[in-house]
Design a protein around this ligand. Structure first.
Ligand code: SAH
Ligand code: SF4
Ligand code: F3S
Length: 442
């Protein structure tokens, strides 16, 4: 009677949350989740195309699907998400994997139940891509991954057109959700036992810019901060061009907003930043960092960096390393530039050999890990409050959780503590994680 589904998610938190929503939609039509792909009646790949590597992972997993389809002819294999929103992708996927019988993009995922019912009735494949941006006010159910922490979308799409980036093409224009809807959703989550909320948008600082009335991200944060039961508020992603002093003030004076900020810098060279269309300078970025640290001294700062953007010289790369050394980030994601068809940078001349880009990435990563270890060291001997997220990947007797500064802490403890706040004394600081032991709460 029940059918089983398996969703594989690629890419960012936005996609993870979309997968939760699609799981919610599937459960409404009597599908149940399975963790064993071999027993699924419906396999869905929710895809990402931010870099070429993300796409090749999807294509290789699609190749593997062939064997499941051969064993189970009724199996429905679907592909959705950002990759599908690109031009001419459907024939390309069908050419390599003709057994895919469902494809849809980011604007029509709410129709997933209809699609499956139609396929069950007619046995005909459905490939439907909608170019018109989806409705920002749509309320959809979600089957959340964690009972104690949740994602909430505050806006969709992006208007920034950084020249390397595919997101504005696959996620459409910026659309903010109504503040009342967001607050109501977070209240509902809190009533459901959620204690940590992550507000999601490609550029949260421009929340509300598309409204007639004057509503800002700072206003939204103040409202969410008042909601009973929510103990930790995080958000992603901030854009340095819109990051305001008002926002720093709101974070500083809030009860529950975590002192942890992800502020992608991408490059430390003004020339590269200009060609990336980031609309800020290195000096402006450093100013923001100084303001944040002056107001919130124990803040943890993380960033994203692209190495080997077209035309990046060794000197320009050195300016990035220099910025990293100046700021001393707590953590960072670093990427080698990947050419995305259709973006402006795809046409920029790019004469740096890949081997050299890889070597730059290595040098950058050395500096990044040195700083991560430096910041982690400061925790040794301290007692921190940790929200327990689960057992450690390698050892069932170890728990894994996070501090309000988003540091991962591993310590021995019982599974019954998952979802709870505990105090942990940090004994050892490693480069990327902290190790410790439970402290009794007074
Ligand atoms: N909206 C967010 C996140 C975008 S995607 C932001 O503005 O930061 C996450 C990260 O992927 C980006 O910050 C960037 O560092 C990286 N990225 C995006 N496009 C890329 C590309 N073509 N090649 C390499 N890295 C890329
Ligand atoms: Fe991409 Fe730039 Fe938009 Fe971020 S702000 S999603 S990097 S275009
Ligand atoms: Fe996210 Fe990848 Fe799409 S980073 S928005 S899933 S292209």
């Amino acid at each position: 009677m029940y059918k089983k589904f398996f969703i594989q998610t690629f890419g960012c938190q936005m996609n993870e949350h979309d997968s939760e929503v699609m799981a919610g939609l599937l459960e409404e039509i009597f599908y149940i989740p399975t963790t064993d792909i071999a027993e699924a009646d419906f396999i869905l790949l929710n895809t990402c195309c931010i870099r070429e590597k993300a796409e090749s992972k999807v294509l290789s997993m699609l190749g593997e699907m062939k064997k499941y389809k051969a064993k189970k002819p009724d199996l429905i294999i679907g592909v959705c998400g950002c990759m599908i929103q690109q031009k001419n992708i459907v024939p390309k996927i069908l050419h390599a994997s003709p057994y895919v019988s469902l494809m849809f993009g980011t604007n029509n995922m709410n129709k997933l139940p209809d699609y499956l019912q139609q396929i069950a009735k007619t046995s005909q494949p459905i490939y439907e891509i909608v170019d018109e941006d989806s409705d920002a006010d749509l309320k959809l159910p979600a089957s959340r991954q964690f009972p104690f922490k949740a994602y909430t979308n505050i806006m969709y799409g992006c208007n920034n057109y950084c020249t390397y980036c595919i997101v504005p093409f696959v996620r459409g224009r910026e659309r903010s959700r109504r503040m009342d809807d967001i607050v109501e959703e977070v209240r509902g989550l809190a009533a459901d036992g959620v204690v940590e909320i992550m507000l999601l948008g490609q550029n949260v600082d421009s929340y509300g810019n598309d409204f007639e009335e004057d509503v800002s991200f700072a206003d939204l944060l103040r409202e969410v901060d008042k909601i009973d039961g929510i103990k930790r508020i995080r958000f992603m992603t901030s854009h340095p061009k819109d990051f305001s002093l008002e926002l720093i003030d709101v974070i500083k004076n809030s009860w529950h907003i975590c002192p942890s900020l992800h502020l992608p810098v991408q490059s430390g060279s003004n020339e590269v930043l200009k060609r990336m269309n980031r609309k800020y300078t290195r000096e402006h970025y450093l100013d923001i960092v100084n303001n944040i640290r002056a107001a919130i001294p124990d803040v943890s700062l993380t960033t994203d960096i692209i190495v080997g953007f077209p035309g990046e010289t060794e000197e320009m790369f050195q300016e990035t390393v220099d910025l990293v050394e100046t700021v001393g980030f707590d953590n960072a994601f670093s990427f080698i530039y990947s050419k995305r068809p259709g973006t402006a940078a795809a046409k920029f001349p790019d004469d740096t050999p890949l081997a050299e880009k890889k070597e730059r990435l290595q040098r950058l990563n050395q500096s990044l890990s040195k700083w991560s270890h430096h910041h982690n060291k400061k925790y040794e001997g301290k007692i921190v409050e940790v929200l327990v997220e689960g057992t450690s990947k390698n050892d069932d007797n170890m728990l894994s959780g996070r501090t309000d500064t988003a540091k991962t802490v591993i310590f021995p403890g019982d599974k019954s503590l998952v979802g709870k706040f505990v105090n942990v004394k940090i004994t050892t600081a490693q480069t990327w994680i902290l190790k410790g032991k439970l402290e009794e709460k007074e």
